[in-house]
Design a protein around this ligand. Structure first.
Ligand code: DCP
Ligand code: MG
Ligand code: MN
Length: 310
């Protein structure tokens, strides 16, 4: 337990020591009832003796309680959109304790500022009907930019969840020559167009032009998170699989692809690993038009999206 807290705090050295010592204490054939029983053990230092004494005396450990509270606060900071675990820790060190504390902090990125501003809204679950409405809306906008484009909500929505954490939308065009105009739809100027028309409020997140991460406000509903990705048709099946998830399934099939076949599976394709002496490279992707074909290539039965909630 304890080492997990130290992990969050980023103290890996202590984390390791605690893990080792706790394992050792656990494996003792008797229950520790006095510090004399452990004082002479290898690796048991003064501070540990003191802690064990406190536990034996009071039944609790102040330091652990403090640590728990600290870790809770860091995790909340890290749950703000755009703030990762490492930065959450840094912010904590700077003295920030709550999301409200971040409201007037000028060094946040625009993404993080929005994450703070709409923190409560973003944490609300989105009913799937609303995801469907958003999908329809985006489809309408994309249709004006590139008629005939495919626009599909993926993520937890596609897996049939009754409520979703965000809206994930995947876009392609069956006609490759329309792809350029399609990519434009994730450029901020076009999204501004969306904003002014339909109250869709968004900011460019990723550096790639074919990905958009934003926050929108639609039909008076709470502010919501949206991820939009655009892929060329020939990698669409791989992208759809990756963007549908869930993340556990992705990790499992990528692992299986690697150890069983030496393949590298990603949202971009299924690549065969080649090597000559020390050089390793990957071939062009094995072509797959549909998700079903990808599962076939991996020797797996096709799971319907609603069976992908691992
Ligand atoms: N994904 C992944 N690994 C990650 C994050 C995401 O493989 N670390 C993939 C699988 C997810 C998909 O992207 O299903 C969409 O990511 P989301 O974070 O939007 O997760 P979900 O849509 O599955 O759930 P939620 O309802 O919380 O949005
Ligand atoms: Mg999602
Ligand atoms: Mn998402």
């Amino acid at each position: 337990m304890w080492h997990l807290y130290e992990d969050v705090l980023g103290d890996q050295w202590r984390s390791l020591i605690y893990r080792k010592t706790v394992n050792k204490l656990r494996s003792l054939p008797y229950k520790v009832t006095s510090v004399e029983q452990i004082r002479e053990m290898y690796g048991v230092g003064k501070s540990l003796v003191k802690m064990v004494k406190e536990i034996l005396g009071t039944g609790q450990l102040q330091k652990l309680d403090n640590l728990k509270a600290q870790v809770g606060e860091i995790q909340v900071l890290g749950s703000v959109w755009g703030i990762g675990a490492i930065q959450a820790r840094e912010l904590y060190k700077k003295g920030f304790r709550t999301v409200k504390d971040l409201e007037n902090y000028s060094s946040l990125t625009s993404m993080q500022r929005m994450g703070v501003k709409y923190y409560d809204d973003i944490n609300l679950r989105i009913p799937r009907d609303e995801v469907a409405d958003t999908e329809k809306f985006v489809r309408g906008v994309v249709e004006t930019l590139a008629p005939g484009a495919w626009v599909n909500a993926a993520g937890s929505y596609r897996r049939g969840k009754p409520t979703c954490g965000d809206v994930d939308i995947l876009i392609t065009h069956p006609d490759g020559s329309r792809f350029t105009s399609l990519r434009c739809c994730t450029h901020s100027s076009h999204l501004h167009l969306l904003c002014s028309h339909q109250d869709l409020l968004a900011r460019l997140g990723g550096t790639q032009p074919d990905m958009f991460m934003g926050i929108f406000h639609f039909q008076g509903k709470p502010y919501r998170r949206i991820d939009i990705k655009v892929y060329p048709r020939h990698v669409y099946a791989f992208a759809l699989l990756a963007f549908t998830g869930n993340d556990v399934l992705n990790r499992k099939i990528r692992f299986l692809a690697r150890v069983k076949f030496g393949y590298k599976l990603s949202d971009q394709g299924l690549f065969i690993r080649e090597s000559k002496k020390k050089d390793v490279w990957f071939t062009e992707s094995i072509p797959c038009e549909t998700e079903r074909e990808i599962f076939e290539k991996l020797g797996l039965d096709y799971p319907e999206p609603h069976d992908r909630n691992w």
